[in-house]
Design a protein around this ligand. Structure first.
Ligand code: ADP
Length: 270
């Protein structure tokens, strides 16, 4: 990583952090309280350091299933939306308690894709984020599952929180998106299936060749896989900002990233 990129990452003022379901849930479907508390601790401390942090958290359906003692995702969309509604409340209740413990207030922001299509919706969203940040509140963002649809003339669904987190970076003019996943970076082939896969250090452009390396996505909880992470990176690069894809297993990785350690895969056009 060249010196000036390292410098701008260390000096990032406004940071969007995206966590996948696998970061905050155990593989057995139960909530990983240790991870949630650690996330609140790390983000609160970054806030205390003077950073502005915005969390994009998946997990509403996972937490909803756990809450309702279900082991499988229901098949129908209405049932999934109901589970997400239950899980979202529980998720925010847990975050609220953990962040409160470390002295910070959170605010929930639920978005649909059309906020970027309509200038007034966009402005309202931008204003909400700005006011929350001015008030030193940590916004926690998720897709509004109840109303999001995928109709022909009415597309309001992001579909995945990877894209959503990149759009949040754009809307808030944040400097850096840290995408925490169950994998520690972007590889030349799926490392879960190929032991000889090699991790990319830095990617400066999302070319067709790069996109082809992400086709083989198999996900346990997540709906994104690598394709959606590359789509997010594309939005970030276009905005001339930075994105780091790293492992969410040990959340103190955020401290290390922001102290300039070279971790994960950096997406930067500079
Ligand atoms: P999360 O739910 O944490 O957001 P996903 O499970 O959606 O993450 O996506 C990460 C998964 O993508 C990895 O566990 C890996 O199996 C898969 N994958 C496919 N191709 C690649 C690649 N080229 N590099 C890294 N991971 C890949």
């Amino acid at each position: 990583m060249t010196e000036h990129i390292r410098h701008s990452i260390v000096n990032s003022k406004r940071i969007v952090i995206k966590v996948g379901t696998s970061t905050i849930m155990y593989p057995n479907g139960a909530i990983n309280l240790q991870q949630m508390e650690k996330l609140a601790f790390v983000l609160s401390d970054l806030k205390n350091q003077g950073k502005e942090v915005i969390l994009v958290s998946s997990g509403a359906i996972g937490v909803g299933l756990a809450r309702m003692s279900l082991t499988k995702r229901p098949v129908t969309i209405p049932e999934q939306q109901a589970i997400a509604s239950i899980g979202q409340t529980e998720l925010m209740s847990l975050y609220s308690q953990f962040f409160y413990h470390y002295g910070h207030q959170i605010g929930q922001v639920l978005l649909t894709k059309d906020v970027t299509d309509f200038p007034v919706s966009r402005k309202n969203t931008v204003n909400t984020f700005e006011q929350l940040l001015i008030k030193h509140v940590i916004p926690i963002v998720n897709e509004n599952d109840t109303v999001s649809v995928e109709e022909l003339d009415h597309l309001t669904r992001f579909g995945d929180n990877d894209t959503l987190s990149a759009i949040v970076l754009e809307l808030t003019d944040a400097d850096l998106l840290v995408m925490l996943s169950d994998i520690d970076g972007f590889y030349d082939k799926n490392p879960m299936k190929h032991t000889d896969a090699t991790r990319f250090d830095t990617i400066t452009d999302i070319t067709e060749d790069i996109l082809a390396l992400a086709q083989d996505s198999s996900t346990k909880f997540g709906t994104g896989g690598m394709i959606t992470k590359l789509n997010a990176a594309q939005i970030v690069l276009k905005a001339k900002k930075h994105m780091i894809l790293a492992s969410g297993e040990d959340l103190s990785i955020l401290f290390r990233i922001l102290s300039g350690e070279h971790i994960g895969t950096l997406f930067s056009s500079q």
